[in-house]
Design a protein around this ligand. Structure first.
Ligand code: SF4
Length: 613
């Protein structure tokens, strides 16, 4: 088999055992790789009703056939498990060299079950799996842990996926970090790893990665690399995703002060342009990427001197405008703090902003915050609260549970502005001004995710009337989800998507040249639909109902007060109408369940038996 190894490594932490499962070409052709394969593994290896923080929750890693080949931006891996934040599927992506090492070790995926009896790390060294004490790494920051394990194993080429203190403390939005700052960031999979007392997974691989048609693949890959250095990716190369700040502010959808507004009066001071002028050290790239969107920023002087991190828009909005912070050095410090402790910046920022609004409204007091005064823009309080969350200190213990659980505990109407869907905190676009995205947020299988849905694109690009709800958005949202799944299965970075004329056909060709498996654009479309249904089936098995596909009260009842989206709101009847249209476009029942016939049509016969209606 070219391109794939046909091998899934299973690691049982409880019994300190490992074994290899062989999977067929047909299986790999069906699930393609990445998020799709990782979700399939999670479905197969996690029992119905498993406690997300219990040993039975399978933590599943999967790469794609492109990792380690010349195909540009293919160096990502996926991680999937039942999310401790949502109770549904948590599927994440992270970039860089870890995926190559996973494949060079001779595996397409890794399934980790059970739990260690004390903090440990696992070292996968080609065919040999060993278990190591990690008590001496307890509390260590993510980047330091990577270095410490490399030093301990005596090889700089070892790649490490690790958790920080937040994962150890079971912060429900803890992440998993690899390659000094690439994160499987959302849905709290770092807490799953922490619950298994697994500090890190280290991998070294020495096997060759072969492809089916080296000559043709090289030609195609080089042509794509050339495209990726051209105008279609210029925005990412020059400013990175922080270029969105001024654009979203102009459209009136830049989340500000916990989504109380879509306009931030100091947007210029937190813009990508400001960042480039004052804080960017250099642009760097993930493994095999000619785009290099990642901008390393630092603070040279002042109260946060020495802080250093890479910044993207989603992190920036969450700890910046959404907390009323207009001081760029503090934004760098806040993101660096999240990265070191291993926490999702988006959930962290949105949870902190919820707490700040509770303070604004007198629901939480100075005493609740241990003497802090978290007024909007108090960046020192924001940075301190982030630390307290990671350590579960004081009010940090409550906030470490995420907005849904924290609001349920605090009450007093705070759930109205707890900005989450299914428990996952919302992304950096105010859905009131992006109605297609509003639908995408409501129905998203892992929660309100711009990355899994891409439904903000037709709104932001003006392809539809962004302030209008209509039934046609159901089909559009479905197509956006499946286009995103194309990249999430093949593990190509979405920032290259503008470089294709026909992404389905061109990626199918790359896949065939890599694996030797004949795959057409139509096959990939079916696989993308299968991937989405698989995630939905996972959720149904865990008790999903139509009521879970809904939006926070603020988006449904509080019109945006100012700016280019002034007056916009997601009317509940409009949302219901769009959800009906979406379920119909998917071929689901009006309750959002998947008919058996649909699952059988997608080749998911076993799942049809489990959850089909
Ligand atoms: S475009 Fe950015 S995120 Fe994507 S692979 Fe390149 S450096 Fe990584």
């Amino acid at each position: 088999m070219e391109g794939f190894f046909g091998r899934i490594l299973h690691i049982d932490l409880t019994n300190r055992k490992s074994w290899v499962q062989t999977v067929s070409e047909d299986y790999l052709k069906k699930y393609i790789g990445g998020v799709s394969l990782a979700t399939r593994l999670a479905y197969e290896n996690t029992p119905r009703g498993a406690d997300p923080l219990g040993p039975e929750n399978a933590l599943c890693f999967a790469a794609s056939a492109f990792a380690g080949t010349l195909v540009p931006v293919g160096g990502k891996h996926a991680v999937a498990a039942k999310s401790p934040l949502t109770g549904f599927i948590g599927d994440c992506l992270a970039s860089s060299y870890f995926s190559q090492s996973l494949r060079r070790a001779g595996y397409d995926g890794i399934v980790i079950t059970g739990a260690c009896d004390k903090l440990s790390y696992v070292f996968v060294d080609d065919d040999v799996v060993t278990f190591h004490d990690a008590e001496h790494l307890r509390g260590m920051h993510t980047f330091d842990t990577e270095e410490a394990i490399r030093a301990e194993l005596g090889d700089d080429a070892v790649r490490v996926s690790t958790i920080g203190l937040a994962g150890e403390k079971l912060v429900r939005f803890a992440n998993i970090t690899n390659d000094r700052g690439r994160q499987a960031g959302r849905t709290g999979l770092g807490a799953v790893m922490g619950s298994k007392k697994l500090k890190a997974l280290a991998i070294r691989g020495s096997k060759p990665i072969t492809v089916a048609d080296p000559q043709k693949l090289t030609e195609k890959a080089l042509a794509l690399s050339k495209q990726a250095k051209g105008p279609k990716t210029e925005k990412y190369r020059i400013l990175g995703t922080p270029s969105n700040v001024l654009n979203m502010n102009r459209l009136g959808v830049l989340p500000t002060r916990n989504y109380q507004s879509g306009v931030f009066e100091a947007a210029e001071k937190v813009s990508g342009e400001y960042m480039l002028e004052h804080h960017v050290e250099k642009a760097v790239s993930c493994a095999g990427c000619p785009i290099a969107c990642e901008h390393i920023t630092s603070v040279r002087d002042g109260d946060y001197a020495g802080a250093r991190t890479s910044i993207d828009y989603e992190s920036l909005f969450a700890v910046g405008p959404n907390c009323g912070v207009d001081y760029f050095p503090a934004i760098i410090k806040a993101i660096e703090t999240c990265d070191m402790y291993g926490m999702d910046t988006m959930s962290t920022g949105v949870t902190v902003s919820w707490a700040m609004e509770c303070y604004q409204r007198g629901i939480l007091t100075k005493e609740d915050f241990g003497g802090l005064e978290p007024v909007w823009g108090n960046h020192a309080a924001v940075v301190k609260l982030i630390e307290m969350i990671a350590k579960r200190e004081g009010i940090g213990d409550l906030l470490a549970e995420g907005t849904k659980r924290a609001a349920a505990k605090v009450g007093k109407g705070s759930a109205h502005f707890a900005m989450n869907v299914k428990g996952l905190e919302t992304a950096g676009y105010d859905a009131r001004g992006f109605q297609t995205f509003a639908l995408g947020c409501a129905v998203g299988t892992r929660g309100p995710c711009h990355n899994r849905s891409l439904a903000y694109e037709p709104d932001a690009k003006g392809e539809v009337d962004r302030l209008k709800a209509e039934p046609a958005r159901g089909k559009i949202a479905k197509e956006c989800e499946e286009f995103a799944a194309l990249f999430d299965m093949t593990m190509l970075c979405k920032f290259i998507r503008g470089c294709f004329k026909d992404a389905w056909a061109e990626i199918a060709e790359l896949f065939t040249l890599t694996t030797g498996l004949e795959v057409s654009a139509e096959d990939l479309k079916l696989a993308a639909e299968r991937c989405w249904n698989l995630k939905k089936a996972f959720n149904i098995r865990e008790g999903w109902s139509r009521a879970d596909d809904w939006l926070p009260g603020r988006w449904l009842h509080d019109p945006l007060p100012e700016g280019a989206s002034k007056g916009a709101v997601v009317k509940p009847d409009d949302l219901k109408m769009m959800i009906d249209a979406y379920y119909a476009a998917r071929g689901w029942t009006p309750e959002g369940m998947i008919p058996k016939a649909k699952l059988i049509e997608l080749g998911l016969e076993d799942i049809a038996e489990d959850v089909g209606v």
